[in-house]
Design a protein around this ligand. Structure first.
Ligand code: CO8
Length: 300
């Protein structure tokens, strides 16, 4: 079996080390290259896979603002799973098909007035999305063509590289405290891995939302480019990532991320329990209700 084929597959990065020991180190089979284009469009997710480059572009299109509902998260996860299993797909660009917004983060209505059972199901899907993206063995780039608060920012931080549109009206950050809720430990871990402890401490307590220029300064994004160049820049950047042999890049990625991934994997059930217990509290429901009201009134 070709090394790349050994390293790829639906199990993602956590399997990289164990896979390596059972691989024979042959050349990549030409059979892999003969597969057809694998484009798919579900209602809320559009995937365009270019067989010649090995790069897929996943576009989120859940109107109005790509908020991450249970249904949307499920579609995203199904598409990620398919790409992860496709041995010829080496790189993934995540972007938005909605104007002005990459993703508004978690759908607040999934946390407001819902039964504990529904909240638990929703939170499991949020965990699943993070595990799939943060643990992906593909090279991943976020092409951030709009605002990306909270869960949207989390999605961006799961990627290996982030490129944001140079528009001062767009913001990015983990603003959970502004809603009266608390970013869970693995949101915090992901940000700490990205920004370091002190900057994360400030960002999380204050619920800071950063402009593209500010985000670049603290390292929350890696590049800021004119709005109409976000995707082309992401495509160019991807060729640099794919010039690195997959196995070396994947093992390095796993070394950097495995302990963070293992921490959630080992604590999924208690994390769900914590989330449900917290989010169904009367005081938290009140805060979420007020925040939703504020969003509505902002328009008027
Ligand atoms: N969920 C549900 N609906 C939303 C959300 C959301 N996250 N964001 C916006 N909407 C709704 C608005 O209420 C509005 O609805 P309507 O048209 O019915 O009034 C519609 O989407 C359009 O919104 P805007 O008019 O505000 O659109 P703009 O293009 O002007 O602005 C923004 C887009 C910048 C994304 C803006 O909508 C915004 O700031 N949204 C709020 C984003 C936010 O704060 N998200 C936090 C979600 S919480 C999260 O992701 C992590 C939670 C971790 C849980 C931990 C608990 C223990």
């Amino acid at each position: 079996m070709a090394l790349r084929a050994c390293l790829r597959g639906k199990r993602g990065l956590t399997a990289v080390f164990s896979q390596l020991s059972s691989c024979s180190h042959g050349r990549v089979s030409p059979v892999l290259v003969a597969q057809q284009r694998n484009n798919s469009t579900s209602q809320k997710v559009q995937v365009d896979f270019d067989q010649s480059t090995g790069v897929a572009v996943l576009r989120m299109q859940n109107p109005p603002v790509n908020s991450l509902s249970l249904e949307f998260l499920t579609e995203i996860c199904i598409n990620l799973e398919k790409l992860e299993m496709d041995k010829s797909c080496r790189g993934l660009i995540v972007t938005s098909n909605r104007p002005k917004v990459f993703s508004a983060g978690l759908d607040i209505f999934e946390m407001y007035g819902k039964t504990p059972e529904r909240c638990a199901e929703f939170w499991k899907a949020v965990q699943e999305m993070w595990l799939k993206l943060y643990g992906s063995s593909m090279a991943t780039i976020a092409a951030i063509n709009g605002s990306s608060p909270a869960g949207g920012c989390l999605m961006c931080m799961t990627c290996d590289y982030r490129i944001m549109a140079d528009n001062p009206r767009y913001t990015i950050g983990l603003n959970e405290t502004l809603l009266g809720i608390v970013a869970p430990f693995w949101f915090k871990d992901t940000m700490t891995n990205t920004l370091g402890h002190r900057t994360t401490e400030l960002a999380l307590q204050l619920g800071s939302l950063y402009s593209p220029a500010e985000a670049l300064k603290i390292g929350l994004v890696d590049q800021v480019v004119p709005e109409d160049q976000v995707l082309t820049t992401a495509t160019e950047a991807m060729s640099k990532w794919l010039a690195i042999p997959d196995h070396a890049r994947q093992i390095t990625k796993s070394m950097m991320r495995k302990s963070t991934i293992d921490r959630l994997t080992a604590n999924r059930e208690s994390d769900i329990k914590n989330f449900v217990g917290f989010v169904t509290k009367a005081s938290v429901q009140k805060s979420l209700g007020m925040y939703l009201e504020m969003l509505k009134n902002r328009k008027a």
